[in-house]
Design a protein around this ligand. Structure first.
Ligand code: ARG
Length: 435
């Protein structure tokens, strides 16, 4: 066995169990690009401070480039007995270029290296996620554009509430995703700029709040995606029948030949558990640590990598799902008369006639009760029936009944009114660069 780079004071090597337990190369090799980037910057700093010669610096830089190429070509041997990505690269560099490489670790610790590598990795990961969020937003806006006039039931408590335009619902996801992106941009700007040194070296090496912020932002995004997943799974059911995923995004059953399941969206819902769990892992990991570096921090990598892998996959699959579903306009329209979606509009009608809202709520409640007993819709009640409930009803009441009339009554900012929704759809198309 080779002597460890830190082995000077040791008489015996570690046991196999300790070696297996403490190694991190099996996953932190993924940081090699950033580790090499950091080492190159470090070598340049050492030269500019007069701690190594320009000649040694150039040998180091050249050696690091060669190692990077070897890794990219899959020709680099990662050794568990060399513990981690830092030692693997440093030991290989010493093997390659000899003495000058032994000067590279002047004035730095692996603890400095790992936190630098991780920040650089997070910065690229955030950029990848931001691209995927935008792709999903684009596909949602395109989907919304196909159904500009389609009215769907709005729900609260999963009970029918008021009618809304489908694009209004789809744009609500787009808004949420925009805030998800904003949180990631915010995290990137606060923690990952690399425009100046950190002011406090203890802080620099000991905190992982940038990982936590990133994982928290991912978790919120994952919860949003999970809710889309749940809604689409529900809408794809026989009971709702509001949307049909194409074969390309559905899977079958091993026993029931008739089945066509929306598994991808179920897994979007499922993977959100992972992303939230990853945040919990690192929060718990950090909570008992004294300053500064503690080896516990090695345990932040796997949840971080896992969270990013999961969220990238979730975004990709949601995008493909949005590109491969169709809404069943006929089925949706034929379902609209149920559930008294126009009841609140009727209460607004009475308010216009001067009735206080609490009173009009009560009057419409009694009108709905009448419909329930007659098994009819509000629009099917005769004017005399309505007048019997309250004399304030007049013939113009029928301009407020029915889902189309109800939707048309919405005019205020942010509402489901057709002009509002069309304007916002257009704004999103411009913002996202959709021609
Ligand atoms: N592998 C460690 C980590 O991921 C970095 C190396 C620090 N090791 C050490 N013995 N100080 O945090």
């Amino acid at each position: 066995k080779e002597t460890k780079l830190w082995g000077g004071r040791f008489e015996e090597g570690v046991t196999d169990a300790v070696e297996r337990f403490t190694e991190s190369i099996s996953y932190d090799w993924q940081l090699y690009k950033y580790d090499i980037m950091g080492s190159k910057a470090h070598a340049s700093m050492l030269a500019s401070q007069g701690l190594i010669t320009a000649g040694d610096r150039d040998i180091i830089l050249e050696g690091l480039d060669q190692i990077e190429r070897l890794i990219q070509e899959g020709k680099f041997e990662w050794r568990k007995d060399r513990e981690d990505v830092h030692m693997n690269i440093e030991a290989a560099l010493i093997e390659r270029v000899g003495e000058p490489a032994k000067k590279l670790h002047t004035a730095r610790s692996r603890n400095d290296q790992i936190v630098t590598d991780l920040r650089l990795w997070c910065r690229d990961a955030i950029d990848k996620i931001l691209i995927r969020i935008k792709q999903l937003q684009v596909s949602l806006v395109m989907l919304a554009s196909k159904y500009v006039d389609l009215i769907v039931p709005g729900y609260t408590h999963l009970q029918r509430a008021q009618p809304v335009l489908l694009p209004h619902l789809l744009l609500s996801y787009v808004e949420q995703l925009e805030r998800d992106a904003g949180r990631l941009v915010n995290c990137r700007e606060r923690n990952l700029k690399f425009t100046a040194p950190m002011k406090n070296s203890i802080d620099a090496v000991s905190d992982r709040d940038f990982v936590l912020e990133f994982l928290a932002a991912n978790s919120i995004a994952a919860v949003h995606l999970s809710r889309i997943g749940e809604e689409w799974v529900l809408w794809a059911s026989e009971e709702f029948g509001f949307l049909t995923p194409s074969d390309k995004v559905s899977t079958g059953s091993s026993i029931m030949p008739q089945k066509k399941n929306p598994d991808p969206m179920e897994l979007v819902r499922g993977k959100s558990a992972r992303v939230v769990g990853d945040l919990m892992t690192v929060l718990t990991l950090c909570k008992g640590l004294p300053q500064a570096y503690n080896r516990d921090l090695q345990e932040d990598k796997e949840p971080l990598f896992d969270s990013v892998k999961a969220i990238l996959g979730m975004l990709e699959v949601c995008t493909e799902f949005a590109q491969n579903i169709s809404f069943n306009s006929k089925r949706i329209q034929s379902s609209l008369p149920a559930g008294y979606l126009d009841a609140t509009t009727l209460a607004d009608y009475l308010v216009k006639k001067g009735v206080p809202f609490r009173t009009s709520h009560e009057i419409v409640g009694r009108s709905v009760a009448l419909c329930v007993s007659k098994n009819c819709q509000l629009a099917e009640l005769q004017l005399d029936d309505l007048k019997a409930v309250h004399p304030v009803f007049e013939a113009d009441v029928y301009e407020y009944l029915g889902v189309e009339n109800a939707v048309n009554k919405f005019i205020s900012y942010g509402s489901t009114g057709s002009n509002q929704v069309k304007k916002q759809l257009e704004d999103w198309r411009i913002q996202l660069g959709i021609s």
